[in-house]
Design a binder for this molecule. Structure first.
Ligand SMILES: [Zn+2]
Ligand SMILES: [Zn+2]
Length: 242
């Protein structure tokens, strides 16, 4: 694992760039995690600041948790690293589940800023050629109104000035990974993804985005396909890891 040199003191910063200043003048700011009205130009409420489990300090790039919480036990993956700002529990878990019922645009900005902060240190020396995301089938995107991973990727692309490309397709529908037992998750995604843009994959260093990493099977399966189609490196970033 390369450059795990970071001293990651991830802090949740207030006063982000306003998403829409006209709108902000009329609507109250809401906590990006619980949705409560908060003081203008802050990003989360005091309770969430206390309760959200932020991943700080030295990270394990295989599972995304801190070195102290790592449960990898030498398991290897097809991806070259995974980084997340949060642990998937409590208010963070609820916030991701409720995403589209709140202010999705503001949420996606907040989560993208936190992911960028988490990538500092861990991915500093890496030059990404392209950002891509875990795909959904057309029906899944229709049922869920949109693909959260794609929205995150697009926002990150804007902020990091890296092109965002759809490099993967999902061939058929699956049960949501987070609803399945650990044993069932691997079989659930095996052979489900394919690479759809070999030109943008071959020889490239890719940042692969998802909203949540549970077992890591989806990220792993997608990273495997990207490597099969010639990707040089595949690094992952998610909002939260289990
Ligand atoms: Zn809150
Ligand atoms: Zn680990």
């Amino acid at each position: 694992m390369q450059n795990n040199k970071e001293k990651n003191d991830l802090i949740i910063k207030d006063f982000p760039e306003p998403v829409d200043s006209f709108r902000a003048a009329f609507l109250p700011d809401r906590c990006n995690l619980c949705g409560k009205v908060i003081v203008h130009n802050t990003v989360i409420c005091p309770d969430c600041r206390k309760n959200a489990k932020v991943i700080r300090g030295e990270r394990c790039l295989f599972c995304g948790r801190t070195k102290n919480d790592c449960e990898c036990k030498g398991r290897s993956n097809f991806y070259d690293g995974v980084v997340a700002p949060f642990v998937y529990e409590g208010v963070v878990r609820q916030s991701i589940a409720r995403w589209k019922f709140h202010d999705a645009e503001r949420n996606v900005n907040f989560f993208a800023d936190m992911m960028i902060a988490a990538m500092k240190g861990a991915y500093d020396d890496i030059k990404f050629d392209v950002i891509t995301f875990i795909p959904q089938t057309h029906k899944e995107t229709k049922d869920r109104s949109y693909n959260q991973s794609e929205q995150l990727a697009l926002t990150l692309g804007n902020k990091m000035h890296i092109p965002v490309k759809s490099l993967l397709v999902k061939l058929y529908e699956t049960e949501r990974q987070r609803n399945l037992s650990f044993i069932k998750r691997s079989g659930n995604v095996f052979g489900v993804f394919d690479c759809c843009n070999r030109k943008m994959t071959d020889g490239k260093t890719i940042l692969l985005i998802d909203d949540v990493k549970t077992s890591g099977k989806s990220l792993n399966e997608c990273a495997k396909m990207l490597h099969l189609y010639g990707a040089a490196k595949v690094y992952c970033a998610v909002i939260a890891v289990v």
